[in-house]
Design a protein around this ligand. Structure first.
Ligand code: FDP
Length: 345
């Protein structure tokens, strides 16, 4: 590519134009042998869907988009208007892309199968943290992309039920004070911030690394009475005082996985949604929440388990399966595991 006159002669008034998400994805793909451009195109479609959802989230209070629809989803949870909107946008944009043979969402009972051969499986939680919508809290979209083994085969449900270590790309959008797109295609984790005036995501957080240890923990302490002994002792341990290990830890909990995970990814520490007596398999969904987050944390040098086992090794048995989720700095996730193993004896 020939250099533009501007980049050849940078002067004091030359605008600094950063790397766009599109350029970043394209440069990664150009290095991949046999790349056809379909993956790049799929990620660009995802970015479009996220910008459309973001635009509606920003106007929700004015556009009559707050509140519930009166329906419940496959998980038995009350559905919000923005949940439905975000799901429809993603479904529509991904179907139009022509790259997804299977599209599965936390908000849909069954996956959507394409009629034409295509290479990818898309899994998403269209609007995570939706209980924060009405109070203007940070919410997001989480996704994972898998490559199909045989593009020509008729798409089948089993192709979505694959362990997280097979993920080709995962990421999330964060609709907070700024809109962020955090992405990994297996070459580290990179964050992009939306310039709302230009309508583009620009690289703002290159090569995110999760610190090996943090000083905060993030858990819904209101569930304490229902936790197992290991989790109770772990939480008490973090509240105990010990200068050498940085205790007591500070507590941070938004109740929005994208927001809690994003803070943990950047600052370190630990996020946990353990199993409890009410939710013996945990609350969060393996395919739409735990797997994409686990992929990102591992790519950033962090760790993600179900308390003991690596999340990315879990073999899903069903689409809407739940799992306990513990993620963050390696040292902190291992401390949690030690308390679980101790209680198991
Ligand atoms: P929400 O119910 O608001 O959609 O997956 C759902 C989720 O939020 C996560 O984003 C969040 O981490 C968790 O549930 C919060 O659950 P609690 O309200 O039980 O703490």
């Amino acid at each position: 590519m020939s250099e533009s006159p501007l980049s050849m002669h940078p002067g004091p008034h030359t605008p600094l134009v950063g790397t766009t998400l599109r350029e970043h994805v394209l440069s990664g793909m150009q290095a991949a042998p046999g790349a056809t451009g379909e993956f790049t195109s799929l990620l660009n479609h995802l970015s479009l869907a996220i910008r459309i959802i973001n635009s509606r989230v920003r106007q929700a209070g004015l556009a009559g988009m707050l509140g519930y629809t009166g329906e419940t989803n496959v998980q038995g949870e009350a559905v919000q208007k923005l949940d439905v909107y975000a799901n429809d946008v993603l479904l529509n944009v991904l179907e139009r892309s022509g790259h997804c043979a299977i599209i599965a969402s936390e908000e849909m009972d069954d996956p959507v199968f394409a009629q034409h051969p295509s290479k990818y499986v898309a899994l998403f939680d269209p609007l995570d943290g939706s209980s924060n919508i009405d109070t203007n809290g940070t919410i997001g979209t989480i996704f994972a992309i898998l490559r199909r083994r045989v593009t020509e085969a008729k798409p089948a449900l089993e192709e979505a039920l694959r362990p997280g270590y097979e993920i080709a790309a995962a990421g999330y959008a964060l609709y907070g004070p700024a809109t962020l797109f955090v992405l990994s295609t297996g070459q580290g984790v990179h964050g992009f911030t939306l310039d709302p005036n230009v309508g583009e995501f620009f690289l703002s957080h290159p090569n995110i690394r999760c610190p090996s240890k943090g000083t905060t923990y993030s858990v819904n302490g209101g569930n304490r009475a229902r936790w197992n002994e290991g989790t109770k002792k772990w939480a008490e341990h973090l509240k105990g005082s010990d200068k050498a290990t940085g205790r007591p830890y500070g507590s941070r909990y938004m109740g929005s996985l994208v927001a809690d995970a994003h803070r943990t990814l950047l600052k370190g520490g630990i996020f946990a949604y353990p199993a409890d007596e009410k939710a013996p398999k945990g609350k969060l969904r393996l395919l739409y929440e735990a797997n994409p987050m686990a992929f990102l944390f591992e790519q950033a040098g962090g760790m993600a388990t179900d308390g003991v086992n690596r999340i990315l090794d879990l073999q899903p048995a069903e689409l809407h399966e739940r799992t306990p989720l513990v993620l963050g700095s390696v040292e902190d996730v291992l401390t949690y595991k030690r308390f679980q193993l101790e209680q198991q004896g």
